[in-house]
Each structure stands twice: as structure tokens, then as C-alpha cells.
Design a protein around this ligand. Structure first.
Ligand code: FAD
Length: 382
């Protein structure tokens, strides 16, 4: 079943993006996984072809594309590998903050470079002592006549090494009660004095994704870099996190589809006891069950995407699709790896990499337990 929001234009984009990725990404992806990062050059090529933030208005370098284009770009990146999640994070998670809450001056300064690949973005919420419980972050940005002085440490930041602009979630009023009312968003630029990168983190998956710590030691942030209003940061996050969670769900379903494709091909080819593995009823039932669940997940996700594109309140549905699709991707990864037998445990098989990459999707962008607390609230249970 084709989603109603996908038009012929979206399919044309998909075909040209696929051709581009076959030339510029697939042949190098294993090298990027080993290097622990995607080269900046790839970002610039994405920019040249119009694959970075195409949804922005023309005056900022985009072409006013609808969210359907973002869906297609995220799906095709995921098919190469989950390590390309940083592109979706830049396109559909971080730059939307700049567009939604930036002043005209800020937008003119930053947005065009975000479409060319000259400027890579990141968002820094998580700290060593605070992930799910965002209101308890410790990073502060204290205002004086000279600007803001930022102190604190962030961790697990996607695009952390490459980022030229980081939207930092910090407290401009550390004594606010309730605490979330003291939270603001600040844009920290690469060359800000007192801002440095910590370690590039070694992960068990998403190896080509540069994930790092960020350190702020009396970092001097200009007043011009406050995003939106002081003390409104938590509300901005609550608004924008819906699209972030949707992006994670889109990646999860695309990964499920890719793993099923790989596994169906493998079981047809592999033989045991004189027959193909595909001819065993267990294999057929397992794959039939997974295919059913993936199609159910895809249908619900597509409905949620449509509602999001129509501007409806999708907080409950996004939370549902985020936890359900990312639980599913873990299950599909486990079962598909198992159906590959010992070869599924070997790095030279794509399914092994996907098995390592899948679990984090249930953790980031709000863990699946946090998604369930949101749903419970919407059900009037809290
Ligand atoms: C690869 C990767 C990339 C990431 N990228 C970014 C990024 O770009 N920017 C960024 O800011 N952060 C990023 N993160 C951080 C991520 O969002 C956090 O790891 C996540 O929100 C969980 O926070 P935590 O790790 O502190 O876990 P904790 O909050 O300590 O949670 C630990 C466990 O307790 C559970 N738990 C917590 N609270 C509750 C509750 N109320 N009820 C029930 N269970 C609960 C959680 O679900 C989890 O299972 C990334 C993380 C990873 C691993």
C-alpha cells in the first residue's frame, strides 16, 4: 500500500537520490564505519544536489518541499545505513529549531549554509547526569552585559565532532521553579571561546556517526545567539520533539524493510538438509509474521505522518509509533540475524551491522519508557 502523501514528484526524488547514493555513499559506507565518521565532503555533495533541508524557503536556500520529501530522504539514508542518521538530524530535527525560533537576522546568517553542507548542526540536550529527565540539566548560561557565560558538559551528541552550530539546551535561570521554566536554547558556534569537543565516543553501533561529548568552560556566547525567548526552551523542545520521534520511526520501519529484504534473499539461497532454508515452515512462519508486523507498523506510521503534515496534534500517535516501531526493529534484527545462522554473526554480512545498530533507536529521542508515560498521560492515567 502506497502512502497517500507520496506523489510522483517524491518518487522522482527517490530515484535520483538512490542513484546519487549508489555512487557517493554505498561504495564507501564500510570505510566510513571503520573511520568512525562520514566525511564532510559527503555533506557538501548532499548540499550541491539539494538534499539538505529542501523544506526551507527559497530565500534561505531550500525549495519549499513538503515533509514527504523528508520522509523519502530519511528512508533512503537509512537503507544505506543507520549511521547516516546525522543527516536526518540536521535536516529535520535541528535546522527546524533555527527556522521556527530564529530572528530574521539569525536565519539569514545560518540557514543558507545549512543547505549547502558548509554548516553542520547538532542539538545538545543530554548531559552525563541527565538524559530522560531533561528539566534536571546542569548546564548554565548566565547573562551579563557582555553576553552569556556558559558552563557545563553534554554527552552522546550526534554530529558532535562535525557540528559548526550546536543548539544547546541550558539553564538561563538555574533557580527557576518549576525547573523547566529556567530552560533556554542557545546557538553555540564552532569557534566560540571556551567551547571544546570532548571524546569522540566509541559505540557498539552507528559507527560511522560521529557522536561526542561537548564541553563549555566559561564559553562566551553572544546575546545574539539566544534562540527564541529566555525561559521558553522547554516549550520549544516539546513542540519540536514530535518531528524528531517521527524521524526515528521512519528510520526504524525502513530498517525493518531492508532486513526483511536481505533475509528473504538469504533464506532462498542457503541450503540445509538438501532444501532451501526458505522451504522450512518455521522460516516461512517467522518471516510471514515479521512482514505482517512491519506492514502494520508502516500503515500506522504513514497515517501519523499524514496527520503531522496536516498540522494535527500527533503527540500521542508519534509516541506510539516511536516505541512500537523501534521495539519492532529490535525484534526484526534479532530474528533476521538468527535466520542467517552463523553468517548473521559475521561483520561481512549487513545483517550483523543492522543488529548492532537497531537497539539505540529505542533509547534516543526519548526512550520507549518515556513514550509510554506520554501515552499514559494522554489516556488520563496520570
Ligand atoms: C547514539 C546516541 C546518540 C544520541 N544523540 C543525542 C543527541 O544528538 N543529542 C542529545 O541531546 N542526546 C542524544 N542522545 C542521548 C539520548 O537521547 C539519551 O541517551 C536518552 O534520552 C536516555 O537518557 P539517558 O541515557 O540519560 O538514560 P536515563 O535517563 O538514565 O535512563 C536509563 C533507563 O531508565 C529508564 N527511565 C528513565 N526515566 C524513566 C521513567 N520515568 N520511567 C520509566 N523508565 C525510565 C530509561 O528508559 C532507560 O531505560 C543520544 C544517545 C545515543 C546512545
Amino acid at each position: 500500500m502506497k502512502a497517500s502523501y507520496i506523489t510522483e514528484e517524491h518518487e522522482i526524488l527517490r530515484q535520483s537520490l538512490r542513484k546519487f547514493l549508489e555512487k557517493e555513499a554505498y561504495p564507501y559506507y564500510d570505510d566510513w564505519e571503520k573511520a568512525g565518521e562520514v566525511p564532510r565532503d559527503f555533506w557538501r555533495k548532499l548540499g550541491e544536489q539539494g538534499y539538505l533541508c529542501p523544506w526551507l524557503d527559497e530565500e534561505y536556500g531550500g525549495f519549499g518541499a513538503d515533509f514527504g520529501y523528508s520522509v523519502v530522504i530519511n528512508e533512503e539514508m537509512e537503507k544505506v545505513g543507520t549511521g547516516l542518521i546525522g543527516v536526518g538530524l540536521h535536516n529535520d530535527i535541528v535546522v527546524p529549531y533555527l527556522e521556527a525560533y530564529g530572528t530574521e537576522e539569525q536565519k539569514k546568517k545560518w540557514l543558507p549554509k545549512c543547505t549547502t553542507g558548509e554548516c553542520i548542526t547538532a542539538i545538545a540536550m543530554t548531559e552525563p547526569g541527565a538524559g530522560s529527565d531533561l528539566a534536571s540539566i546542569k548546564t548554565t548560561a548566565i547573562e551579563s552585559d557582555q553576553g552569556f557565560t556558559m558552563n557545563g558538559e553534554k554527552t552522546f551528541i550526534t554530529n558532535g565532532i562535525h557540528a559548526d552550530l550546536v543548539v544547546v539546551v541550558c539553564k538561563t535561570d538555574p533557580h527557576a521553579s518549576p525547573a523547566y521554566k529556567g530552560i533556554s536554547l542557545m546557538v553555540v558556534e564552532r569557534d566560540t571561546s571556551g567551547f571544546s569537543r570532548g571524546r569522540k565516543l566509541e559505540k557498539i553501533g552507528l559507527n560511522s556517526q560521529d557522536t561526542s561529548e561537548l564541553i563549555f568552560e566559561d564559553a562566551a556566547v553572544s546575546k545574539d545567539n539566544l534562540l527564541g525567548k529566555k525561559g521558553e526552551g522547554f516549550y520549544y523542545l516539546m513542540n519540536q520533539l514530535q518531528q524528531e520521534r517521527l524521524i526515528v520511526g521512519i528510520g526504524a520501519i525502513a530498517a525493518c524493510e531492508r532486513m526483511l529484504e536481505l533475509t528473504v534473499a538469504y533464506v532462498k539461497e542457503r541450503k540445509a538438509f538438501g532444501k532451501s532454508i526458505a522451504s522450512f515452515q518455521n522460516t516461512q512462519f517467522k518471516l510471514a509474521e515479521l512482514q505482517t508486523e512491519v506492514e502494520i507498523g508502516r500503515t500506522f506510521l504513514d497515517r501519523t505522518i499524514e496527520a503531522h503534515m496536516n498540522g494535527e496534534d500527533v503527540v500521542k500517535e508519534v509516541s506510539m509509533s516511536k516505541w512500537w516501531t523501534t521495539d519492532l526493529v529490535k525484534k526484526v534484527a534479532m530474528e533476521c540475524m538468527h535466520l542467517h545462522g552463523g553468517y548473521g554473526y559475521m561483520e561481512e554480512y549487513e545483517i550483523a551491522r543492522r543488529f548492532r545498530d537497531a537497539p539505540v533507536t529505542a533509547i534516543y529521542a526519548g526512550s520507549n519508557e518515556i513514550m509510554k508515560t506520554i501515552i499514559a498521560k494522554k489516556m488520563g492515567l496520570v
